[in-house]
Design a binder for this molecule. Structure first.
Ligand code: PMP
Length: 396
């Protein structure tokens, strides 16, 4: 199998598995217990926190460990409107998100709006780039939080975080970045991002699923959702120590290998995209999305004429190539991609985005095999569709 769906999730690194197994076997005590084994588990937790901080570029007091980025996004958005923030939240009832956020943020924003909260969405252009003029118009003095993804999971297009941080802060608002797709695919670190809050998820960079963090800038008093004493009162519940140690091991490995991984993925993505364009040279309807904007080095979203993503993916999977339609989270639902719709694509075309997302272990041979499969199995579908279209045009 050739796996080209790393934006959905990544394989767990061997060193991560080893460290997690060791914790499961040896550090299974409750870190809140005051006895010896509990205190030993507590030290393992503190060590993991320090490793995460070192790898992500934050202070050890800043990560609040969560069950992943979905929960981190919830703590960020709901915290912004929480009356427990007192003066800081007064007179700021509004949230501003981008229109292409992950469903974990957008669905929550939709719920908040239905409950009577004020939520605005910043549009993007045809290349998936944030409309900064609209952002300037929408981010007023009544905004509590601006929430945008560091990079989009479907297109890989990166958001102008520095500009947004400046704009949000000038209006007295905070900036939350859903950095889920950034970590491991960008050298940006929390401390340099200008953001006040960052969501992270370990399974996107060879860590385990079900663990992540919300990084909360030091000095910011952020109300949590789950009551309890853990995580300095910001997230109650016995800590997922094996998961957190797996997160730390994955973050450390990610940080150590990042420069080489970024260069490797960028070169292979280039090989993939020039191959796709070459194969489909006769078919001008092939479109690469987001190529004009700054993008993650591993992501390609492409439309093959009017071919539904589902057809392309089935054809590829028969040749053992695993890719995805725009969003794994809406897969199976056959919904047009909300990202492509926001980029101005028709509902029909928004069903046609095929995403290849490379990983640190992807090889040139794998890319060549994917290109072969496209040539053998997808090109004939595209040719059949073109001749069908020509026939119809001749009849009309
Ligand atoms: N935000 C983005 C941008 C994502 O890509 C994902 C995962 N698809 C999430 C949030 C949700 O992360 P998790 O699986 O850790 O809840």
């Amino acid at each position: 199998m050739i796996y080209l769906d790393h934006n959905a999730t990544t394989p767990v690194a061997a060193e991560v598995i080893n460290e997690m197994c060791a914790v499961l076997e040896r550090a299974w005590a409750n870190p809140s217990s005051t006895h010896g084994p509990g205190q030993a588990a507590r030290r393992v937790l503190a060590d993991a926190r320090a490793r995460v901080a070192q790898a992500l570029g934050c202070h050890p007091a800043e990560p609040v460990f969560t069950s992943g980025a979905t929960e981190a996004n919830h703590i960020a958005l709901l915290g912004a409107l929480d009356p427990r923030r007192g003066e800081a939240a007064k007179g700021r009832p509004r949230l501003v998100l981008s229109a292409v956020e992950h469903p974990s943020s957008l669905a929550l924003a939709e719920r908040l709006r239905a409950a009577g909260h004020a939520v605005d969405l910043i549009p993007v252009d045809g290349e998936g780039r944030l409309d900064m003029n609209a952002a300037r118009a929408l981010i007023g003095p009544d905004v509590a939080l601006v929430s945008v993804m560091g990079a989009n999971n479907e297109t890989g297009v990166c958001m102008p975080l520095e500009e947004l941080a400046e704009l949000a802060h000038a209006r007295g608002a905070l900036l939350h970045v859903d950095a889920t797709q950034l970590v491991g695919k960008s050298s940006l670190r929390f401390a340099d991002s200008g953001a006040d809050l960052w969501s992270v998820s370990a399974h996107k960079f060879n860590g385990p699923k079900g663990v992540g963090a919300l990084l909360v800038r030091k000095g910011l008093d952020w109300p949590g959702l789950q009551a309890g004493r853990q995580e300095r009162g910001r997230r109650g519940g016995t800590e997922n120590l094996p998961g957190i140690v797996g997160f730390a091991a994955a973050a450390e490995r990610m940080h150590r290998c990042l420069a080489a991984d970024l260069a490797g993925m960028a070169a292979l993505r280039q090989r993939l995209e020039s191959g796709v364009l070459h194969i489909a040279a006769a078919h001008r309807a092939v479109r690469l999305y987001g190529a004009a904007g700054p993008r993650l080095p591993n992501t390609t979203l492409v439309r093959f004429g009017q071919l539904l993503a589902e057809r392309v993916l089935h054809a590829l999977e028969r040749a053992d190539i695993i890719a995805a339609s725009g969003a794994a989270c809406s897969a199976g639902g056959n919904q047009p991609s909300h990202v492509l719709l926001a980029m101005g694509e028709s509902p029909q075309h928004a069903l046609c985005g095929v995403r290849f997302s490379l990983g640190r272990d992807t090889t040139a041979d794998e890319i060549d095999a994917a290109l072969d499969a496209l040539r053998q199995h997808v090109l004939p579908l595209l040719q059949a569709q073109s001749s069908e279209a020509e026939r119809l045009a001749a009849v009309h």
